[in-house]
Design a protein around this ligand. Structure first.
Ligand SMILES: NC(=O)c1ccc[n+]([C@@H]2O[C@H](COP(=O)([O-])OP(=O)(O)OC[C@H]3O[C@@H](n4cnc5c(N)ncnc54)[C@H](O)[C@@H]3O)[C@@H](O)[C@H]2O)c1
Length: 311
């Protein structure tokens, strides 16, 4: 039977894919977004759907709606956007979590938090497992996002211990795919846009820092499995792709797939930029019976096509 599902940040990159998938599965979907980084274009194709509703709302203010499930995704996700108004970023994570947890408690909804690998900061252990507490700078320029997300996790676990709320926490690692923002400084979109425009591809530092990249469809599948996992499995659980690539390798693949003539240029590395980032996804494999299925080149091809249509 279809559930009533609230998706905060539903007009964003991940949120719009999630809304789409939930509708396909027969649920009623309520998308809440203040369009800070999301856009109506991302959900335009869903607006005529009889089971889809949208509310323009800022999650730092309370919301009263009757729902069975809450996916809490509202939060700018890229440094350019979350550093634009850092106080609002912390408020979105912290007040947003308080408001959504309060709602979940009131209507007895199950609630999932879109947390992030950034809670691990610049980690000393590789790959990161969920029991690693992280190494986060509390006063740096990334802290509004990292600490905001950490505090949101704290709130989720306190609501679980104190109020027996059904909580789910996923720690998302770099995800890419159609509907990413073209200019938000994230590496996959940066490289693709630069390659398609024939511009130089910007690498920060020596390009030997690594990241792992998960295709959006794989990520959404894991998030939905997590939401419907057994009640006593709260997470946190890492979701991502454990294939690890240096920035130089990623640039080479993008250049190959776009057939671009772009050259690499090197710029100084930004403050607190992690040197290495790779999820250990053993827990997700075990508890959710999930692992990513879409190879990097296949996902990149779809993403390149999306940007080609828009440039
Ligand atoms: N994409 C990734 O690789 C990644 C990695 C780790 C975590 N996450 C998390 O997943 C979630 C979604 O990320 P995304 O990549 O889709 O980013 P996004 O910026 O595309 O989506 C975030 C959405 O939240 C909305 N929003 C922001 N502040 C709001 C507020 N105060 N009230 C209501 N809506 C608000 C934005 O308008 C946007 O639609 C975020 O919480 C992010 O931290 C994403």
């Amino acid at each position: 039977m279809g559930l009533r599902v609230l998706v905060t940040g539903g007009a964003g990159f991940l949120g719009s894919h999630l809304c789409e998938k939930l509708l396909q599965q027969g649920h009623d979907v309520l998308c809440v977004d203040n369009y800070f980084t999301g856009s109506k274009d991302n959900i335009l194709h869903l607006l005529d759907h009889p089971r889809f509703e949208v509310i323009r709302h800022d999650v730092t203010f309370p919301l009263y709606v009757e729902v069975d499930r809450i996916y809490n995704l509202a939060c700018p996700a890229s440094p350019i956007h979350y550093q634009f108004d850092p106080v609002q970023t912390t408020k979105t994570s912290v007040h947003g979590a308080i408001n959504m947890l309060g709602l979940a408690k009131r209507v007895k909804a199950r609630i999932l938090q879109a947390s992030t690998s950034e809670v691990y900061g610049d980690p000393e252990v590789h790959p990161q497992t969920e029991d690693y507490w992280g190494r986060v700078n509390p006063i740096g320029i990334r802290s509004c996002y990292d600490e905001g997300k950490r505090c949101a996790e704290t709130l989720f676990f306190d609501y679980w211990r104190q109020h027996q709320l059904e909580i789910k926490v996923v720690r998302i690692f770099n995800t890419y795919g159609p509907r990413m923002h073209p200019n938000d400084g994230r590496v996959v979109s940066n490289f693709i846009v630069q390659a398609l425009k024939g511009q130089d591809i910007t690498i920060y530092g020596d390009g030997m820092q690594t990241r792992s990249f998960c295709y959006v469809n794989d990520l959404i599948d894991a998030m939905m499995r997590m939401m419907e996992s057994r009640v006593d499995f709260t997470g946190p659980v890492n979701i991502g792709n454990s294939g690890e690539y240096t920035m130089r390798q990623l640039a080479a693949v993008v250049i190959k797939l776009t057939g671009s003539k772009s050259q690499l240029i090197f710029k100084p590395i930004p403050q607190d930029d992690p040197k290495q980032r790779r999820p250990d996804i053993s827990l997700a494999k075990k508890e959710l019976n999930w692992s990513p299925t879409i190879p990097l080149e296949e996902g990149l091809n779809d993403t390149i096509q999306y940007f080609k249509d828009r440039i």
